[in-house]
Design a protein around this ligand. Sequence first.
Ligand SMILES: *Cc1c(COP(=O)(O)O)cnc(C)c1O
Ligand code: SF4
Length: 448
Amino acid sequence: MKYKAYNSFNFNEIPRIRNVSESLRKEILISSRVLPFKTNNYVTDFLIDWSKVPDDPIFLLNFPLKDMLQPAHFREAARMVEGHYTEKQTVEILKKIYSELNPHPAAQQHNVPVLDGKKLNGMQHKYRETVLIFPKQGQTCHAYCTFCFRWPQFMGISPLKFRTDEATLLASYIKKNPAVTDVLFTGGDPMVMHASILRGYIDALLSADIPNLQTIRIGTKALAYWPFRFLTDPDSDELLHLFERIVKRGINLAIMSHFSHPAELQTTHVAEAIRKIRSTGAQIRTQSPVLKHINDDPDVWAEMWRLQVNHNCIPYYMFIARDTGAQHYFAVPLVKAWEIFRKAYQNVSGVCRTVRGPSMSCIPGKVQVLGVSEVTINGKKEKLFVMRMLQGRNPNWVARPFFAKYNPDAIWIDQLKPAFGEEKFFFEDELEQMFKEELSEASFGDFE
Ligand SMILES: *Cc1c(COP(=O)(O)O)cnc(C)c1O
Ligand code: SF4
């Protein structure tokens, strides 16, 4: 299949879009003035069940809708489409809207690594073992997920674009930091890069002969949204050959694959693409946020994990969607996310239980909601959340249970208070030390 991208400019060429009501089409075009919109012919021809639109989960994952925006933002977008604003005014209004959607991106800057006094922009080093790289050519995707928090990267007006092409600096940095064992290519989607570009990065790593480099991970949505990346694209074979070369060097190659719904695992194309990747010796690990309207149902997760294991993939993370961008539409309360996780986990065999979650990626680390419990202290019952970190900015924070007051409405850690009348969570003083003045603007509930 030949890749064809759809966006608001060629929207009317989408084959089935005429089946959708005029008002819904208008709604999509208005919403796409604010939320990034891009899909492709595999998604529209093979994944979306058009008879179920507008409730079809894959449709909702690809097409921005009115309810994904705050009403005032949608009204502004509608005025833009109606031609009320000059181009300059439009840019100003969009900037204002974005600042209201994603208020504290600043903390990510804290993770930028330094080599010989020079900041390595386009990389992040937050957890001791793993360095993230945002290759310059991989900062777009085959289709954009409507819930994605990386959307400022796609809209072209954010100063906070992580990207780099300094592959040799990356290699030197890892060599100089022997605690680093993993490199994670992320984006956007690094699988939009031509194989020869990815090879440039990989060769820089391999030729540096880094004894501490054990795992190369590539985060991607390509298996779900464009499996032809591994089948029939002009450079598919070159890409698979590159994978094979990494594995043959004794390095673990993990394709961190984003699947949000079982429908993404049910075409013959995805099955074949997975088989091809696995035949190179690479592993596939899977992850997704839990999302209202899409997969907020334990049966959906249990089915997804089973299909993944049947295909020889390893379930890895269930994330909690944060309330940023369109996420008021997708957010699931912590207690509900945990119930979904627990019920799904109870209904699959041990081979699926490699998955961990539900987990929040916030400033201190990856915080897992282990569950809700109740204790009696001095004859008084207290309901609480039991939490722990799966990853920590300080590795000593990992795997220490801690407790938060029960709050059925909380959807993120910043809405939680320590249990037992404590003032702070155990990590907070140390975190404040790490961040000093920065945390006066951001809270530890923020990303990264
Ligand atoms: C999730 C994540 C990693 C990888 O963590 P693992 O638990 O090893 O999968 C690395 N860096 C950042 C910033 C992350 O969010
Ligand atoms: S593929 Fe990943 S980075 Fe791209 S829009 Fe979806 S979630 Fe965001």
